[in-house]
Design a protein around this ligand. Structure first.
Ligand code: NAD
Length: 381
């Protein structure tokens, strides 16, 4: 069978779902590889590099969809792309199935199987295919770099002949995948780094990375997210008030705030309010990684950088992985290659779509003409 990657058509998307290196690995699974000309160019992978890796380069998206039995993409497919699908073809891509009813219908009508990469469950066995985590890791790193680029001072403290420079103080809200990457980047740049999460079990991890965990003055036991598979659930009003009180205390002290708080399938919780922004020093920077889902900061404007009247820069970009396209493509293509490896147990270049396999079942949103989303609960957590 052939696996292929078309050029991404969303404006500003620089990633590609297959790299020359991932193509070589896919060939070891028995597949032939094909790519649309120019698909890897914005990520630094020229057609000639694919050809050297044994990949066939075709001129158009139409030719790619025709040639490939399995199509690998990054962005949610457009209607035009879905209309190119055919019976028994497999599409592996981000799909946002919870808010893409039309896409699900179209793919099912075509008889294609769609594997939605955001549906890969966060269990140990599936980590190697967890594209949301790969991309969140990049976003966390890049958020700190972007903050530094917009911050007029050093991160690290210095003693120079021209005077003593205090270290920057960085607050990371949410210590999931993106938050931990941001913590690691911030501490390695030498900033005093504080981090808060509603899941107290991450405190140890935060502290082991050289950051300080922010504890609340809250009587009752903090919410334990472990029972929800590593994701947070909604907080009580009392807990939220204690959290906001703590953030109000911190707002005048911190130079940079990176917000990453997420509760699955909900709008982002609003945690950094207007009065907190107003209490920050001029020159401070907020990077709101939750901008896509409405933002953790009240004033965030999706996909824009704004500067408030009191001189605080607020960045709401939603394309951080695409801004590091070479790295993001390499990791994403590796996630896809691992998915293909599980779909090809015999390494014979033939897809074995085993709906009894927990990871494959959870990720499959259409199969054999049916919509198979949402999936049943996992058999093993
Ligand atoms: P995650 O689920 O691993 O982490 C989210 C963390 O937020 C969890 O640890 C959770 O406990 C915590 N949280 C939830 N409610 C909270 C609250 N009220 N206060 C403090 N912490 C709270 O998610 P992730 O994969 O790290 O992604 C984080 C965010 O980054 C998501 O919104 C995701 O969509 C976004 N993201 C943005 C970009 C971009 O380019 N802007 C790219 C990738 C991911």
């Amino acid at each position: 069978m052939k696996i292929g990657a078309p050029k991404e058509i969303l404006e500003g998307e620089n990633r590609v779902a297959m790299t020359p290196a991932s193509a070589k690995d896919l060939q070891k699974l028995g597949y032939e590889c094909v790519i649309e000309s120019g698909a890897g160019a914005k990520a630094g992978f020229a057609d000639a590099m694919y050809e050297a890796a044994g990949v066939e380069v075709v001129k158009t998206a139409a030719a790619l969809f025709k040639a490939a039995d399995i199509v690998a993409k990054v962005r949610i497919p457009t209607d035009a792309e879905l209309k190119r699908l055919r019976k028994d073809q497999t599409l592996i891509t981000f799909f946002n199935p919870g808010a893409n009813e039309e896409g699900l219908k179209l793919a099912a009508e075509k008889g294609a199987s769609v594997i939605a990469m955001e549906m890969v469950p966060r269990i140990s066995r599936a980590q190697k295919m967890d594209a949301l985590s790969s991309m969140a890791n990049i976003a966390g790193y890049r958020a700190v770099i972007e903050a530094g680029n917009n911050f007029g001072r050093f991160f690290t403290g210095q003693v120079t002949a021209a005077g003593k420079v205090p270290p920057a103080k960085v607050l990371i809200v949410g210590a999931g995948v993106a938050g931990l990457a941001a913590i690691g980047t911030s501490t390695s740049l030498g900033a005093i780094t504080l981090a808060f999460d509603v899941r107290p079990e991450v405190a140890e991890q935060v502290e082991s990375m050289g950051a300080e965990f922010v504890y609340l003055d809250f009587e009752e036991e903090q919410q334990d997210g472990a029972a929800t598979g590593g994701y947070a659930s909604v907080q009580s009003e009392e807990f939220r008030n204690a959290q906001l009180k703590k953030f109000r205390e911190l707002a005048p002290e911190v130079d940079i705030v990176i917000t990453t708080a997420l509760i699955p399938n909900r709008e982002a919780p609003e945690l950094w309010t207007e009065d907190m922004v107003q209490a920050m020093k001029p020159g401070s920077v907020i990077v709101d990684l939750a901008a896509e889902k409405g933002g953790n900061c009240k004033l965030t404007v999706k996909d824009e950088k704004i500067v408030t009247e009191n001189g605080v820069t607020i960045i709401g970009y939603t394309d951080f992985p695409s801004r590091m396209a070479a790295q993001a493509s390499t990791l994403y293509a590796t996630n896809i290659r691992h998915m293909m490896s599980d779909l090809t147990p015999e390494k014979d270049g033939v897809v074995n779509h085993d709906m009894e396999d927990d990871v494959i079942r959870s990720s499959t949103v259409t199969h054999q003409g049916e919509i198979t989303f949402p999936p049943p609960p996992l058999k093993v957590q």
